[in-house]
Design a protein around this ligand. Structure first.
Ligand code: AMP
Length: 386
C-alpha cells in the first residue's frame, strides 16, 4: 500500500468537468480550506485543454506556496461521475481502474472522459502521489434491485447496463450523516429523506445510513424537475419527438438536458429570478415553480412510503439551502405525514445546519448545507491513511 508521511495531511480535490476544472485544497488535520478555485472555459481559447487547466491549478497553488509538490500533500481526490456497478467505494487509481472507468464512458459520455483526463494529467504531474477516484454513484450502490431495475426486458437491460445508478452520492452521504448529527443521533438510527436541490436536483431515501432509493437513474436526467433538465418523463415523449418531430437523438438529448426543467417552462433556471417574477404575477414563472414543487412533493410522499418511518427531511444545495419558498411549498399541508415546517424558522437565513420544523412536528425538517469537496477529501484521506 501507499506510504504517506505523518505530516502530509492535505488533500487536493479535483472536479474536472467537460469545460471546467474546480479545485479545493483541504487540510484534514482540522478540515480547513486552504485554497479553492475554478478554471473555466477549458477548450475554448486561452485554456486549450485539461492539461493546460491543471497546470493553471498547479500554478495558482504554487503562487501561494501550496503547490502540488508540497510534502504536506497526502493525495489527490478526483470526483468521477459514473462508477457503474463496478465501483461502489472510493478506489486508489491504478492503470486497471482507469481502464474500467474508460469502459463506463457510454454511460456518462460527457462526464467520465473529462474526469479521466483530469486524473491522467494529475498523475503525470505527480506520478508518486496517491490519486483516489470518488464516484458520484457509489453511495447509491446499496439500492435494492426492486428500486434499481427498470421494468424492461432483463437481457436487454443487462446487455447495455441499463439500470438506475443515482448521482450526487457524495452529497447525499454527507447530508444524511450531518442530519443525524444535527439530531444528536447515530446515522444507523435515523431514516432521512435528502432533497439535494441545486442546478441539478435529486432526492434520496436513506435508511439507517444506507441509501435505499434515489430519484436519478441511468443518468442524472431522471427524477426531480431541475434547472435545465426535465426529470421524469414518459419515454414515449422521446419517441414522439423523434418520429413526429423529426428530431435526432442528439437534439432530444440537448432539449431534455439543457433546454428543459425550469428553463424550458419559463425561460429562467435560477430560482431567485423565478421568485422575483412570481412577485410580479408572472404566470410562466408561477407554472414553473408549481411544476417543480409538485414533483418534489410526490417524491417526499413516495420516499415516506419507501422508508415506512421518516425521522427527518433534509434540504440542501443552492435552492434547498436558500429558498424558504420552495421548502415551505414542498412540505405544506403534510401534517398527516407528521411533517410541519415552522414559518419563522424557515425564513431565517444562515450558513449552518439547522432545524426548521415546528415543535409539534413528528418528523424533523432540516436545512443542511452540503459539502461535496469535504466529503471527497475525507473519503480520499481515509483511503490513503488506511
Ligand atoms: P447549486 O447547483 O447547488 O450551486 O445551486 C445553484 C442554484 O441555486 C441556482 O441556479 C439558483 O437557482 C439556486 N439559488 C442560489 N441562491 C439562491 C437563493 N438565494 N434563493 C433561491 N435560489 C437560489
Amino acid at each position: 500500500m501507499t506510504r504517506v508521511n505523518a505530516t502530509a495531511t492535505r488533500v487536493l480535490v479535483l472536479n474536472s468537468g467537460s469545460s471546467s476544472v474546480k479545485y479545493q485544497l483541504l487540510d484534514m488535520a482540522d478540515g480547513s480550506r486552504l485554497a479553492s478555485g475554478n478554471v473555466e472555459r477549458v477548450g475554448e481559447g486561452e485554456v486549450a485543454d485539461h492539461t493546460e487547466a491543471l497546470k493553471r491549478v498547479a500554478a495558482e497553488l504554487d503562487a501561494r506556496d501550496l503547490g502540488l509538490h508540497s510534502p504536506r500533500l497526502a493525495a489527490i481526490g478526483h470526483r468521477v461521475v459514473h462508477g457503474g456497478t463496478r465501483f461502489t467505494e472510493p478506489v486508489l487509481v491504478t492503470d486497471e481502474v482507469l481502464a474500467e472507468v474508460e469502459k463506463l464512458v457510454p454511460l456518462a459520455p460527457l462526464h467520465n472522459p473529462a474526469n479521466l483526463t483530469g486524473i491522467r494529467v494529475a498523475r503525470a504531474l505527480r506520478p508518486d502521489l496517491p490519486q483516489v477516484a470518488v464516484f458520484d454513484t457509489a453511495f447509491h450502490a446499496t439500492i435494492p434491485e426492486a428500486a434499481a431495475r427498470y421494468a424492461i426486458d432483463t437481457a436487454t437491460a443487462d446487455r447495455f447496463g441499463v439500470r438506475r445508478y443515482g448521482f450526487h452520492g457524495t452529497s447525499h452521504a454527507y447530508v444524511s450523516r450531518e442530519t443525524a448529527r444535527l439530531l444528536g443521533a447515530e446515522p444507523a438510527d435515523v431514516n432521512v429523506i435528502v432533497l439535494h436541490l441545486g442546478n441539478g436536483a435529486s432526492a434520496s431515501a436513506v435508511r439507517g445510513g444506507v441509501c435505499v432509493d434515489t430519484s436519478m437513474g441511468l443518468t442524472p436526467l431522471e427524477g426531480l424537475v431541475m434547472g435545465t433538465r426535465s426529470g421524469d418523463l414518459d419515454p414515449a415523449v422521446v419517441l414522439l419527438l423523434a418520429r413526429v418531430g423529426g428530431m435526432s437523438a442528439d437534439e432530444i438529448d440537448t432539449l431534455l438536458n439543457k433546454r428543459s426543467g425550469l428553463l424550458g417552462l419559463c425561460g429562467d433556471n435560477d430560482m431567485r429570478e423565478i421568485g422575483r417574477r412570481m412577485a410580479e404575477q408572472d404566470p410562466a414563472a408561477r407554472l414553473a415553480f408549481d411544476v417543480y414543487v409538485h414533483r418534489l412533493r410526490k417524491y417526499v410522499g413516495a420516499y415516506t412510503a419507501v422508508l415506512g418511518r421518516v425521522d427527518a427531511v433534509a434540504f440542501t444545495a443552492g435552492v434547498g439551502e436558500n429558498s424558504p419558498a420552495v421548502r415551505a411549498a414542498a412540505l405544506a399541508d403534510l401534517t398527516a405525514l407528521g411533517i410541519e415546517v415552522d414559518a419563522v424558522r424557515n425564513a431565517v437565513r444562515g450558513s449552518a445546519a439547522r432545524l426548521i420544523s415546528a415543535e409539534t412536528s413528528r418528523v424533523a425538517v432540516a436545512v443542511v448545507p452540503t459539502d461535496e469537496e469535504l466529503e471527497i477529501a475525507s473519503q480520499t484521506y481515509a483511503l490513503v491513511r488506511a
